[in-house]
Ligand binder design. Structure first.
Ligand SMILES: O=P(O)(O)OC[C@H]1O[C@](O)(CO)[C@@H](O)[C@@H]1O
Length: 523
């Protein structure tokens, strides 16, 4: 297998010479029906509103073949060292099923290790949910609070919120879940204020076991429990850990139990490991976790096909690179028309920007082309009343990724003026795609919409655990393929270190406790 920079590729040069399709002209019903690929059995990727035609597609296929993108994916799932910066395997796919070969590392079968953790999570969460395991004062747990940051917060929080409505309508018994992430003491305090501590189980999540924010928040919570004045309450009976076996947390005796991941699961790729599974299983039950993992596994299997006509993640990745490196668009907006996905753009922000926000290739050589775009987003229709003005009429073109569902989660809706709220939501979704693509002429330049603004659509019937799993894995695989295309290592994050080092310097007494004083003191 060969690794090479994008700008040395023959197919990329051919791609650059093609003229982009004009979306004001090309969007038609036939194209909408045919320009789509299954991301899994339940999730579709539609690219009718992308500025490309059959010619571009055939060159994108050549680009994929030339850069051996699916072979690289196969190498990854087969257990090769793909995180070259940290000399690690990349195994998050194994947390939801077997895509490649059996992987042996650290003297064990890694698939068996992740399955064993899942089985322990099932046993533990069943016991908590049934009341077999109770708090230190004998009361049943009704609330779980995840303490973690970055990948130990964003993905789990996004998936928890994404499934609440579905689980409620299904009648699934639920434990309430809350999250503490920021080292800002107000974040923890706002959560603690609302808790019945006797009925609360904290989940301390840190792969490294050394993250300053998480350890500080743990201590803050322990202090709050100790100071609560509740007779007989024991903080260690109200806390479990999710960490790696080599972390300092693993040997801590001050937790009720510990569940493990390892160095081969990157934080932003850890939602389907114990990092996401513990809270999801406690809150919604293990069956919900299983459905979620199966959906993710389906998308992983679909990502193996070398044909872009069968591989939505691969095609989404290639089209994203076309927009970024040929049309030079610097950002991408994620626009879920689903309130349940309110934190999903924030998760994708970390996934994409921490993975592919790199300026050197996997061999450490400086790249001469742009890599990962800036990612941002909000659910529709809220975003429409906020930043869509710039998207429609601003001077930058921002590619858009819409996400939509036919049926709401609670399935409770009313008709107002002849339509339901869900119909209004989806009417807005498709109206936006057409408005961005086609624009509108007007004699008043202020009311002119230039159009020709690209978008794609991921859609399914309803946001359920399996669809959510597919959606999550689709994006993980898209980001991975883009990393291969740009010849990056998408699995380390050295860019977050410098700020941590300088903050520690300030804390170690470098200078002052006022913001400006410490700022000057660092120079
Ligand atoms: O799970 P940990 O080790 O506490 O790390 C939390 C987060 O910190 C980061 O390393 C960035 O600082 C992320 O990649 C990670 O998700």
């Amino acid at each position: 297998m060969t690794y090479k920079n994008l700008d040395t590729s023959t197919a990329f040069k051919t791609l650059g010479a093609l003229e982009a399709s004009d979306l004001r002209q090309v969007l038609n019903p036939e194209r909408i029906k045919t320009y789509q690929v299954k991301a899994s059995d339940t999730l579709m990727y539609n690219y009718a509103a992308m500025p490309i035609d059959e010619h571009h597609l055939s060159v994108l296929q050549q680009l994929s073949d030339e850069l051996q993108l699916t072979q690289k994916y196969q190498a990854l799932v087969d257990g090769n060292v793909m995180n070259t910066g940290e000399n690690r395997l990349v195994l998050h796919h194994l947390t939801r099923g077997q895509v490649g070969k059996t992987v042996e590392a650290d003297g064990e079968d890694k698939g068996a290790f992740y399955r064993e953790q899942l089985s322990r999570i099932k046993t533990f969460s069943d016991a908590v949910r049934s009341g077999t395991i109770v708090g230190s004062t004998g009361k049943r747990f009704t609330t779980v609070v995840q303490i973690g940051i970055g990948g130990s917060d964003l993905g789990p929080r996004a998936i928890y919120l994404a499934l609440k409505g579905w689980c409620t309508r299904e009648g699934i018994e639920q434990l309430n879940a809350q999250f503490i992430s920021n080292v800002d003491p107000d974040d923890a305090q706002a959560v603690i204020e609302q808790l019945d501590l006797e009925r609360t189980l904290f989940i301390l999540v840190s792969k490294s076991g050394t993250t300053l924010e998480t350890l500080t928040n743990r201590d803050l919570v322990i202090e709050a429990i100790k100071k609560s004045g509740i007779t007989g309450i024991d903080p260690s009976a109200h806390m479990v850990a999710v960490t790696s076996k080599s972390s300092p947390l693993a040997s801590s005796s001050s937790v009720l139990d510990a569940f493990f991941i390892d160095d081969y699961i990157g934080g932003r790729y850890s939602s389907t490991s114990a990092v996401g599974a513990v809270i999801l299983s406690l809150a919604y039950g293990f069956e919900t976790v299983q459905l979620f993992l199966e959906g993710a596994h389906q998308a992983d299997l679909a990502a193996q096909s070398p044909k872009i006509s069968e591989n939505a993640a691969l095609l989404d990745a290639l089209l994203g690179v076309y927009l970024r490196n040929v049309l030079h668009y610097p950002s991408t907006a994620i626009l879920p028309y689903s309130q349940a996905l309110s934190r999903f753009p924030a998760h994708l922000q970390q996934l994409d920007m921490e993975s592919n926000g790199k300026h050197v290739n996997r061999d450490g050589e400086t790249l001469s082309y742009p890599t990962g775009p800036v990612i941002f987003g909000e659910p529709g229709t809220n975003g429409q009343h906020s930043f869509y003005q710039l998207l429609h009429q601003g001077t930058d073109i921002v590619p858009l990724q819409f996400i939509g569902f036919s049926v709401s989660q609670y399935e409770k809706d009313i008709q107002v003026e002849g339509s339901s709220s869900q119909e209004k939501l989806n009417a807005n979704l498709v109206a936006q795609i057409v408005a961005f693509a086609r624009g509108k002429d007007d004699t008043n330049p202020n009311k002119q919409f230039c159009g020709n603004r690209p978008s794609s659509l991921l859609y399914a019937k309803q946001l359920n655990p399996s669809v959510l799993g597919s959606l999550l894995a689709h994006y993980e695989n898209k980001v991975m393929f883009q990393g291969f295309i740009w010849n990056l290592n998408s699995f380390d994050q050295e860019g977050v270190q410098l700020g941590k080092v300088l903050a520690t310097k300030v804390l170690n007494g470098c200078e002052g406790d006022e913001v400006l004083e410490s700022f000057i003191g660092l120079l």
